[in-house]
Design a binder for this molecule. Structure first.
Ligand code: UDP
Length: 383
């Protein structure tokens, strides 16, 4: 198979990066990953045996801002393109995994006349990006991407709406190494709660994901406010911006108000998610903007936990029927509370749906199935 140079702007462990790690490790081609920033993702890839290096770039761009906001943005961009061109000469294909990686990768691929895959993990609409960023990204993708892998129908639809081009888009969901989620955790449930100082009989709701305002952790806190026998576990960290840090401070303030104090636990970033999912009564996804995919929802299903998710974007593709989970309107605190109360009152129904959810997730999201689809998409570029 063709040799692949993977590009990703982040050194953090977000959903796009976790998927990239599996692809680079297992897709079967000689692979090298270049990150535009340092961080825990480097060691994570090294541990998996994936060849990785950091070529730091200060492109001075934010999702909601413009591309050329700072005076040195253009020289920094060109410098990074030169660096990537140097590396990319010895590879058959460039694989851009994030938006800034697309910008750099598109220019490098055009210069070298190499095929480019754009793995689209974002919904390119105004709920996530500025108009200007959408224009830049879609123009570059339209001109230079040989194929676009969209991580859900929702990301594909936004891309097609912005470009009018469906012909190069493959919808391929994220894939998962399922074994850790299938291990029997039932005996650890009580122990985990004990270690975590959480009462055995408390109704534990867990929300997993990076701390960012649109991820909506505050919605779950508000839903739990009046329910004195609920505990909220918030797992994840503020990974990217000062705005994320500010939101994290606000969440901690909300959690320390009289109604909630002592019932909310912040975990920061964790790697033992299967154990935490298994110890919780219900997994909540409460993003207020459409989720491009929603890995945490699949992980909850693989763990056979009841899951409630925001009815938008990739989340409603994952929970494709009410036989396998619950969907509520994004940001609707009352609807979320009512749904959680229904789950609490009906543990048998909750368990039935959770088991059906596991079965459904196993059939759709195993890493082997998904890697096969990615291989096919990549092969279309180099044949
Ligand atoms: N994650 C993790 N530890 C944490 C928080 C999140 O390993 O403390 C993982 C989580 O298991 C999931 C990913 O980060 O696989 C988040 O992906 P998702 O698609 O839910 O959101 P994204 O970060 O891509 O917006």
């Amino acid at each position: 198979m063709a040799s692949i140079l993977y590009l990703d702007q982040s050194g953090q462990l977000g959903g796009a990066e976790l998927m990239l790690a599996e692809i680079a490790r297992q897709v079967g081609a000689p692979a090298h990953v270049i990150l535009f920033d340092d961080g825990p993702f480097v060691a994570f890839l090294e541990q998996l045996g994936v060849s990785v290096q950091v070529e730091r770039a200060r492109l001075g761009v934010t999702k909601s801002g413009g591309w050329f906001a700072s005076a040195n943005a253009v020289p920094a961009l060109l410098q990074q393109v030169r660096t990537i061109v140097r590396h990319a000469r010895r590879f058959d294909l460039i694989y851009a995994n994030t938006s800034k990686a697309l910008v750099v990768g598109a220019l490098a691929a055009a210069y070298l006349r190499k095929p480019l895959v754009y793995h689209l993990h974002d919904i390119l609409d105004e709920s996530h990006f500025s108009q200007m960023n959408i224009r830049v990204l879609t123009s570059l993708a339209r001109r230079f991407a040989t194929r676009v892998i969209a991580n859900s129908q929702a990301t594909a639809d936004a891309f097609v709406a912005a470009t009018g081009d469906r012909s190069r888009v493959d919808v391929i969901y994220n894939g998962f190494d399922i074994a850790p989620f299938l291990a029997d955790q039932s005996d650890k449930r009580v122990a985990t709660r004990g270690i975590l100082d959480t009462e055995r009989n408390s109704f534990v709701t867990i929300v997993v994901g990076r701390i960012a305002r649109w991820k909506g952790q505050h919605v779950l806190l508000e839903a739990a406010r009046s329910q004195k026998d609920w505990t909220v576990w918030i797992v994840g960290d503020a990974l990217f911006t000062e705005e994320d840090m500010q939101y994290q401070r606000e969440l901690k303030e909300i959690a320390s108000t009289d109604d909630l104090v002592g019932r909310v636990k912040f975990f920061g970033f964790r790697e033992d998610l299967p154990t935490l999912y298994a110890a919780a009564d219900v997994v909540v996804h409460c993003s207020t903007a459409p989720e491009p995919f929603g890995r945490v929802i699949v992980e909850a299903m693989l763990s056979a936990r009841p899951v409630v998710a925001s009815n938008a974007g990739g989340a409603k593709e994952i929970i494709r029927s009410d036989a396998i989970g619950w969907l509520v309107a994004p940001g609707d605190v009352d609807a979320l509370r009512e749904t959680l109360l229904e789950i609490k009152r009906n543990p048998v129904l909750a368990d039935l749906r959770a088991q059906a959810g596991r079965f459904d997730a196993l059939s759709r999201f195993s890493i082997d199935t998904i890697l096969g689809q990615i291989r096919t998409s990549v092969e279309k570029c180099v044949s």
